[in-house]
Write a protein that binds this ligand. Sequence first.
Ligand code: KIV
Ligand code: ZN
Length: 396
Amino acid sequence: MRDLRRRNRTGPYNPDVTDRVLVFDTTLRDGEQSPGVRLSLDEKLEIGKQLTKLGVDIIEAGFPISSPGDFASVNMLAKELRGVTICGLTRAREKDIEVAAEALAPAEQRRIHTGLGVSDNHLTHKLRMSREEALATGVKAVKFARQFTDDVEYFMEDSGRADLDYVYKVVEEVIRAGATTINVPDTTGYTYPNEYFHLIKGIIENVPNSDLAVFSCHCHNDLGMATANTLGGVMAGARQVEVTVNGIGERAGNTALEEVVMALHIRKDKFGIGTRIDTTQLLPTSRMVSRLSGMVVQRNKAVVGANAYAHSSGIHQDGVLKERSTYEIIDPLLVGAEKSEIILTARSGRAGLKHRLAEIGFAFSEDRFEEIYTDFLKLADTKKEVDEDDLRLLVG
Ligand code: KIV
Ligand code: ZN
């Protein structure tokens, strides 16, 4: 295990990075890039306040040069929020960086997030630059950004498909130029967990000055592997995760904040490191982002979905009612949910029905209960769910 302590020397912005994973929330930047999502200034402030309450370390508030609205929102969050670093995204261009620095000026702690592509695909088709030109542009951008803040993050877009030796070279040079966090985005969601693990591990082990920066996982979910890849990166030594609430973001989205936070929490036996997130704020935050963004959370979504703590089959209900941990690895109270739910359907058994009847104040002799159970099964076969009103009718 490498000693990560030297990373503290790089500045005051991540004072205790050795003992936790920093949570970099990009709901308001990458998340807002989801097709169909547009948040007003007030809505961004509401979400920004909630993210601060949740305990994220860094809020990427927007891309200031991209529009007057984005400038205003980054600037407003920089003015209003305290106890959290506010970050603005830029391309590796001086004008972008100047505009971001202006938007971020009122922040208590500010970060400029600059960079450009590293894969040959992006260099050839998008940037139309040679590797050398791109590297020189990136180094220049970092040096320029350092004039405005000592907290500069460098992103290497499409790292997941890039040549490793080139990635190592870029990392070494941009750290030398003053970058303090290195973002390793799997922009297209192409990698798989073992591969992303080795990408991060390879950088940390092969770049001579890697101990002077924090490495950050930024994964997209095109193949449904964003959370697994991010956790692979943490296993390999990355100490920042870039995430969005409910996993919203471009195309299939970004890594979901709630999934990574709870995986680190529940499997601390394996990771040995956590975050400073107040997990009881996860569900309220998820609901707020869903309401304001209009992006509905699927019922079976991990951690925050409506079904995440609901049990409908008889075998599961019987187990959970005897001992919650038989089928639940997360205590719903931990994420801010009220309780586990017993949902009555045609698959439910006697234990579930008895429990729900008791919840609304009914207890019956065994014979009477058997009659009710028979009627319940008949009714349940005709509906998706038997609710409280149905139960009251059943018992007469
Ligand atoms: O996915 C990506 O590469 C990004 C960068 C701009 C950080 O969002
Ligand atoms: Zn992204």
